[in-house]
Design a protein around this ligand. Structure first.
Ligand code: PLP
Length: 365
């Protein structure tokens, strides 16, 4: 068989595909049923009115053809209105918003649209593993973020952070904008967990920082705020030139998103918003339970639906999986600096979380 082209060959092993396979193999082995706290797959679905909007729209005969390639204008207006109301950011929906089939796509499209082959992209370490994939796909190289003196052509930021569950430190976006100006570089802020912040913090959009849209864009996902992960809907917002490049790429690679899905997205963004707060509060309550249970370990979570904690020295994630039947996401897959740490997901039913925590306590005793 012929070798694959380099752009396929250089893609790293997909972290979550490998993790799911490992967990499935462990689940199939003899032993107690596995408790899976490894995967960040929201277990709380969207509110009923959103599902009803999808069903009603799909029942119409006129919605099954190709939707406009660049998305419904009303959907762009709906997300721009939400940005105004929630994050106090004023966006032009016609120039500063692109509709995406999930923000994971946007992670790839940003690298392809912002950086030349051979360029350098600065990534968080530990950080979301798909950033490595985006860099590889674009034929770029990555360096781990150290401080804002680092050189590069583009930088990925992510607050609240997967996997470390950190909220944005004060001033970080302003420093990033300054970095982009000095380096003539582009910024991408991955805001996938934007609304999921704890302890009275306000959601903080990168685009609220002065000059942000001159040098970068932000990704907003419907997956976490509205429990619509499987629906595949998100947005790239901010710099009009990057938005245009992304829409150009999508004109070539996709042919729009199913209209009923977009109409249900409008219903989610413009209808009652209480589910967003309920979801946030649910994760905060579970976070409290998890931190109390991991007492004595170095553990933290200021947002997202994860807890990031340092493993006891004598234990690995693999041992916890095999011997204690709890799946966690191993820290080293998120970057070298994740070694010795693990990510625990709160996006599971309360009973699942409780039984997982009980087993972890037994493992750490
Ligand atoms: C940090 C981060 N960014 C982006 C994504 C992708 O989200 P989606 O493609 O569902 O919008 C995820 C999903 O888990 C994530 O954790």
């Amino acid at each position: 068989m012929r070798e694959p082209p380099d752009r396929i060959g250089r893609l790293p092993e997909q972290y979550f595909t490998a993790l799911l396979a490992r967990v499935a193999a462990a689940a199939a082995a003899d032993g107690e049923p596995l408790v899976d706290l490894g995967r960040g797959n929201p277990e709380l679905g969207p509110p009923e009115h959103v599902v009803a909007a999808l069903a009603e729209s799909a029942a119409r005969p006129d919605v099954h053809g190709y939707a406009p390639f660049s998305g419904l204008p009303a959907l762009k207006e709906a997300i721009a209105a939400r940005y105004g109301a929630v994050y106090r950011v004023d966006l032009d929906p016609t120039r500063e918003v692109a509709v995406l089939p999930g923000t994971k796509t946007g992670l790839m499209e940003f690298a392809l649209s912002a950086v030349e082959h051979g360029g350098t992209i600065v990534l968080p370490d530990p950080g979301y593993p798909d950033y490595f994939s985006a860099v590889a796909l674009a034929g770029a190289q990555h360096v781990s973020f150290t401080d804002f003196d680092i050189a590069g052509d583009a930088m990925y930021l992510n607050f609240p952070t997967n996997p470390t569950a950190s909220a944005a430190p004060a001033g970080v976006f302003e420093h990033a904008v300054d970095w982009a100006r000095r380096n003539d570089g582009w910024l991408l802020h991955d805001f996938a967990y934007g609304d999921l912040v704890f302890d009275g913090r306000e959601p903080q959009s990168f685009l609220a920082a002065e000059g942000a849209r001159d040098v970068g864009m932000e990704l907003f996902s419907m997956s976490k705020s509205y429990g619509m992960a499987g629906w595949r809907l998100g947005f790239a917002l901010g710099n009009a030139e990057l938005v245009r490049r992304i829409e150009t790429l999508q004109d070539h690679a996709f042919a729009g998103i199913f209209r009923p899905l977009q109409e249900a997205g409008i219903a989610a963004l413009t209808g009652p918003q209480d589910s967003v707060e309920e979801r946030r509060a649910t994760y905060e309550r579970r976070r409290d339970r998890a931190l109390a249970s991991l007492d004595g370990l170095e553990a933290r979570s200021e947002g997202t639906f994860f807890v990031w904690f340092r493993l006891p020295e004598d234990l690995t994630v693999e041992q916890i999986l095999v011997e204690h039947r709890v799946a966690l996401a191993p820290g080293e897959g998120f970057g070298n600096r994740g070694t010795g740490w693990a990510r625990l997901s709160l996006a599971v039913a309360d009973e699942t979380l409780d039984s997982g925590l009980e087993r972890l306590r037994a493992a750490f005793d």
